[in-house]
Design a binder for this molecule. Structure first.
Ligand SMILES: N[C@@H](CCC(=O)N[C@@H](CS)C(=O)NCC(=O)O)C(=O)O
Length: 344
């Protein structure tokens, strides 16, 4: 039996729980209520807590049957696909599998930006209260208030010093563009690569659960993208789905191309500042944040470079049309810094 420890508003926690359900792997789910005060690291201040025992500093963490804790949803999905090969999340064509991984990575590493901004500006009061109730259970208003304030301040510090200059209306517009391409995809098919889900759908699902739940971004989704709202509820439990992969050629639809192009526009614009600020010899060990984003990008570049010529050429036009092809090639000397992404 696997034991999943998640957070109350954590996209990666929702993502991995949906994966366990789809894979029909027996598991339990728990948000550890260990008295998180809203300050410091998760589990900090409660030495006996599950999250301290897990020692990863992030949620979700999963305790495997041998008692070991593991973190990092993406390599975990790859590992679990090997455990349940009949329901693997990886398309058998390596080029299509790359597209799925690329979408999943952009969902994980870029899509949180929009909801996180509204979560800790416009909606900070509601979101701070909601999360501290989630982490602590039953609390009176007077108990909740200082915890919620501390947590909101902790999260707001992550927005960085330039947050006041960000144009919220432009961010909302970029978010609505994501909703539009997803809603268009969902008019054609609930899955991107056939009638079964891949890494990509679970990455998108995790993020969309948060967009659906938060006040402002949730009301925009309900107003403009009813299919996306329903889809993230659908994705939450796919245990009954029995589907097939589409042929590689049939996967390359206009709707898919538009999803990739829309995500790549935002994601790729976020890379150069990180690339300039970060020493690439220091990427190992990161589980989130800019170091992790760059580590994942290097792993994607290595995956693309490792495809056969034929597999690469099949997906090249779609990646080129989205502006991502060049950005997914190693710069001179960069290859040396690529490390495989493995479960922590
Ligand atoms: N790459 C990790 C990212 C996990 C992650 O960043 N989780 C967030 C919550 S959604 C977290 O635990 N942040 C640490 C904190 O808030 O202290 C994964 O895919 O599982």
């Amino acid at each position: 039996m696997y034991q999943i420890y998640g957070g109350p508003a954590s996209p990666y926690s929702m993502k991995i729980r949906a994966v366990f359900r789809y894979l029909r792997l027996p598991h339990t789910w728990l948000v550890p209520m260990d008295g998180f005060t809203g300050e410091g690291g998760l589990g900090e201040g409660a030495p006996d807590s599950t999250l301290v025992a897990a020692g990863k500093g992030v949620v979700p963490v999963v305790r495997f049957a041998d008692g070991a804790y593991h973190a990092d949803s993406t390599p975990m999905m790859v590992h679990l696909s090997e455990v349940v090969p009949a329901r693997s999340l990886i398309h058998p064509h390596a080029g299509i599998a790359f597209l799925s991984h690329f979408i999943e990575d952009m969902a994980d590493e870029f899509l949180p930006r929009y909801f996180f901004l509204f979560r800790w500006t416009t909606d900070a009061d509601w979101c701070g209260r909601r999360q501290m109730i989630g982490w602590n259970g039953a609390l009176s208003d007077s108990e909740l208030e200082p915890l919620a304030r501390a947590f909101s301040e902790r999260q707001q510090a992550m927005l960085g010093p330039n947050v006041a200059s960000i144009q919220l209306d432009q961010v909302q517009q970029a978010y609505e563009e994501v909703l539009t391409v997803l809603d268009n995809q969902l008019q054609r098919s609930l899955f991107l690569f056939g009638s079964r889900p891949s890494l990509a759908e679970f990455g998108l699902h995790g993020q969309m659960t948060q967009y659906a739940g938060d006040p402002l971004v949730g009301s925009v989704m309900k107003d403009k993208a009813v299919r996306v709202f329903q889809w993230q509820q659908f994705m939450d439990d796919l245990s009954g789905i029995e589907g097939e992969w589409a042929s590689p050629e049939d996967c390359l639809t206009e709707e898919l191309s538009n999803v990739i192009a829309c995500l790549a526009k935002g994601y790729l614009s976020s890379i150069p500042p990180m690339d300039q600020a970060i020493d690439k010899s220091d990427l190992a060990g990161a589980l989130n944040g800019p170091h992790y984003t760059l580590r994942c990008l290097l792993a994607l570049k290595a995956e693309l470079a490792g495809l056969t010529e034929e597999d690469r050429e099949l997906i090249r036009p779609m990646l080129a049309a989205s502006g991502a092809w060049d950005a997914l090639q190693f710069a001179p000397g960069e290859e040396a810094y690529a490390v495989p992404i493995e479960m922590a």
